[in-house]
Write a protein that binds this ligand. Structure first.
Ligand code: SF4
Length: 474
């Protein structure tokens, strides 16, 4: 159990796919390394540079774009703003010229094929996702820094004990019992308690603006994914399906904007099958974008980025009177559940398998939807518990180390389970619940500790080895 103060913007982060731990985290680590060089006054003294990738970053880093992320980070590009369509061209430039512009300022000889090493048989003890930057300076000195990508885009530098922040929050929360205690003591809803805490960092206005920006990126990503055809990159030849499904469900109807698209979807009715198809379509769309190095939001990770947008789109499109304020509330409540899992267990698949990604996102979405639909705080926590209870033990076994199979479909399952969990909680009395959210957090962590390491984002177990697909065969 950690006591760090986490904000909604630690859980929801705008970035680039396909993986928060293997793409966003290493990207941030490379940026931090460049900042460290600048602080030391050594940026322009670097004559050579090597990057060592360990453990899970080595085993699935190619498929997850870790090598691409570190190069862009070393160039001081930012994952929030870098034009994703320029990634291929930039990678081509670096590889063909064998030079990288460190910090966007200092040209250094660099051949990605030689200077990024995937050490697949080496793992550092602190965390399976480790990377080291080694530099030689003009005066002959050399030094190295090691970083750990601990899930959800969070990064810790070697020597830092944790992410712990000194922020004092009005309502400190480590567990769901803490959260419920504050709700009952103050009479506030979950999203209100979270907003009070967020106000320790910034004004309420800024938090709301930031969350609407998060929603806009989620919404744009869903819309782009629903209108982009083709095959996903990486060599598995996975066909994109969201656009075909979108077309099929809309039966040739035309529209020219996102708002018109939403209205067209609503005109199709609200039968069970229709809604089910749309929730799947939204989740597929986001994760196909994620697999294509598109701009997505960690929720709480990139691999699970589709669950919350899919459930939120379901809430907006298929229920009534949803306002921007309610979207903000949804994201606030979802984030607190993500924080509780991060503090009490993990949101890193390299530590806990897919239960830590899809399971947590489903749990977050279930709580948020339940509160949004009028459930009590206890019903919202019950929904979060139900959603995770039925993801316990889920392994991470991406074929060819790509965040595609089973990952993309898993987001549809996580979204549907969230809606089902929410409905179950709304129809139940928490008085009769046998399992608390805190008990399921603890169980998830114990399951993570017991899980064989081959099921933790290594592509060495499960579907990753039992399906005879390899990059060379595709
Ligand atoms: S199997 Fe799950 S945890 Fe593993 S990469 Fe895919 S979505 Fe992420």
């Amino acid at each position: 159990m950690t006591n760090e103060a986490l904000s909604v913007f630690d859980i929801f982060k705008i970035g680039v796919g396909p993986s928060s731990s293997h793409t966003l985290g290493p990207w941030r680590a490379a940026q931090r390394f460049v900042s460290s060089l600048i602080e030391k006054g050594q940026l322009t003294s670097v004559v050579s540079l090597k990057i060592l990738l360990y453990g899970s970053l080595a085993k699935t880093g190619k498929g997850h774009g870790t090598d691409i992320a570190v190069q862009l980070g070393l160039c001081s590009e930012d994952p929030v703003t870098f034009a994703v369509n320029d990634i291929d061209a930039r990678m081509h430039d670096i590889a063909s010229m064998k030079k990288i512009i460190l910090g966007g300022k200092s040209e250094v000889d660099f051949d990605p094929r030689e200077d990024i090493e995937f050490l697949i048989s080496e793992t550092l003890p602190y965390h399976p996702n480790a990377l080291s930057f080694l530099v030689k300076l003009q005066n002959g000195d050399s030094f190295a820094e090691t970083y750990y990508s601990i899930g959800g885009g969070f990064v810790v530098k070697e020597g830092e004990t944790s992410l712990k922040q000194t922020m004092v929050l009005p309502f400190p929360i480590n567990t769901s019992s803490d959260l419920l205690h504050w709700c009952l003591k103050t009479g506030l809803a979950i999203h209100e308690v979270v907003m009070e805490n967020e106000s320790a960092w910034r004004s309420e206005k800024e938090t709301k603006e930031g969350l609407l920006k998060i929603w806009q990126v989620m919404r744009d990503c869903t819309y782009r994914g629903c209108h982009t055809t083709g095959v996903l990159p990486g060599g598995l030849n996975v066909k994109r399906r969201a656009a075909d499904l979108n077309k099929k469900l809309l039966k040739g109807k035309t529209y020219s904007s996102h708002d018109e698209w939403v209205k067209t979807i609503q005109q199709g009715g609200n039968s069970f099958q229709y809604i089910l198809d749309w929730v799947s379509c939204f989740a597929l769309a986001v994760n196909e974008e994620n697999a294509s190095f598109g701009r997505v939001v960690t929720a709480p990770t990139n691999g699970a980025a589709g669950v919350i947008p899919a459930v939120l789109q379901y809430y907006i499109i298929f229920t009534e009177n949803v306002t921007e304020e309610k979207i903000i509330q949804f994201l606030l409540t979802a984030s607190e559940i993500g924080c509780i899992f991060k503090k009490g267990a993990t949101i890193s698949a390299a530590m806990g398998g897919c239960q830590a990604e899809i399971g947590v996102s489903s749990s977050m979405a279930a709580a948020a939807l339940t509160e949004a639909l009028g459930g009590t705080q206890r019903q919202a926590l019950m929904a979060a518990e139900i959603a995770m209870e039925h993801h316990l033990g889920m392994t991470c076994d991406p074929i060819a180390g790509l965040v595609q199979v089973p990952c993309i479909e898993r987001n549809t399952m996580g979204a549907i389970k969230a809606i089902t969990a929410s409905q179950l909680a709304l129809q139940s009395s928490p008085d009769y619940a046998k399992v608390s959210l805190d008990a399921v957090v603890e169980t998830m962590w114990e399951t993570a500790l017991d899980m064989n390491s081959k099921y933790k984002e290594t592509a060495e177990g499960g579907l990753a080895v039992n399906i005879p697909l390899s990059l060379s065969e595709c």
